[in-house]
Design a protein around this ligand. Structure first.
Ligand code: ATP
Length: 316
């Protein structure tokens, strides 16, 4: 097991009565692509901002490569790159000027800076835009530039807060290709995302709910914590089915998947047996049913909606 790069012990942050991060304990080994998931407001950005020394923890401790994230924040700033959720570039500077500005801020200069700028322009497909103002770039290109600026000093650790939010599939793929390449060279990546296909690409995923870490495992491990498979009902009319089945006692929730109703319940087998004996929905036609293996979307739904009855206890 590689040495942990990040070690958190009951790290917490409150804003008045809001416990944004309510005591997170975890360790992230070097070289990991760690996906930090959670619903809006779960506390992901606040955790990243504490890790980056931008906001002081209320209690608990956090260390990056052995340095306290608050007391040692100036010492460790040069060791990581951070791509914030919001536009962090200088819109009135060109692509090239932004790269050079961030290089200087990270004390990269001379030939090393020239080389880094050349590499990044090619690696992130920015060469044709090098003289364009950052403010004139499309959302995708801006994200590529923000990522380049965070990489100019070749950090061993990279924090990315929703780096692909709003991007088209081609740009998303480009960013993930780059993350894989960085990871293959040993860079540790800490990334938040609301895209479940991206969560699947992480080596490990942490699930934050109301400031608490509910689980931290590989995507496969998380999916295996479902108790059994998920029932999928094929009924007509399907939208009416969604409404009616949502209200059935024993059903925690439902979701529409490829025209079928996926049912979250700890009692699915009992329900099917009962429905085979007596179908309780006169307005619905039962066309068939099947069983589906849970995917990351199911994991997200189950954790964020608190469907503990269908999950094994996974608190780390
Ligand atoms: P999202 O997915 O929407 O980006 P998140 O998981 O990153 O959400 P945070 O931005 O960390 O969540 O917010 C966690 C909670 O802390 C929210 O209730 C938010 O309103 C609150 N919060 C965050 N920053 C502040 C602040 N500066 N002052 C007061 N409350 C804050």
């Amino acid at each position: 097991m590689p040495e942990p790069v990040i070690v958190l012990d009951r790290l917490a942050k409150s804003f008045a009565d809001t416990h944004a991060v309510a005591g997170v304990t975890m360790a992230i080994p070097a070289g990991e692509i760690f996906g930090f998931l959670g619903a809006n407001g779960a506390g992901k950005t606040t955790t990243i901002r504490m890790l980056c020394g931008l906001t002081k923890p209320t209690s608990g401790t956090g260390f990056i490569t052995g340095h306290d994230i608050w007391k040692g924040r100036y010492a460790i700033r040069s060791r990581f790159g951070y791509v914030a959720q919001r536009f962090s570039l200088y819109p009135d500077l060109t692509v090239l000027e932004n790269l050079r500005f961030f290089g200087a801020a990270y004390q990269v200069s001379g030939k090393r800076l020239d080389d880094r700028v050349e590499t990044l322009l090619d690696q992130l497909d920015l060469r044709s835009k090098s003289r364009a103002l950052a403010g004139s770039l499309s959302g995708g290109m801006r994200q590529m530039l923000a990522l380049s600026c965070a990489l100019v000093h070749e950090p061993a650790l990279l924090f990315l807060d929703e780096p692909t939010s709003g991007l088209d599939p081609v740009h998303r793929q480009q960013i993930w290709d780059l993350l894989y390449e960085l990871s293959s060279h040993g860079t540790t990546i800490f990334v938040t995302t609301h895209y479940m296909d991206e969560a699947e690409r992480c080596t490990e995923v942490g699930f934050l709910h109301q400031g608490r870490l509910l689980a931290k495992e590989s995507p496969l491990g998380l999916k295996q914590h479902f108790k059994g498979q998920l029932l999928e009902m094929q009924v007509e009319p399907v939208m009416e089915g969604l409404v009616q089945m949502r209200g059935v006692p024993g059903i925690l929730g439902v979701a529409l998947r490829s025209g079928r109703i996926r049912i979250y319940s700890a009692e699915s087998e009992r329900l099917v047996a009962e429905w085979q004996k007596q179908w309780p929905f006169p307005g619905l036609t039962w066309l068939g049913h099947s069983w589906a293996a849970p995917d990351m979307e199911d994991v997200f739904k189950a954790y964020s909606q608190g469907y503990s009855a269908i999950l094994e206890n996974t608190a780390p």
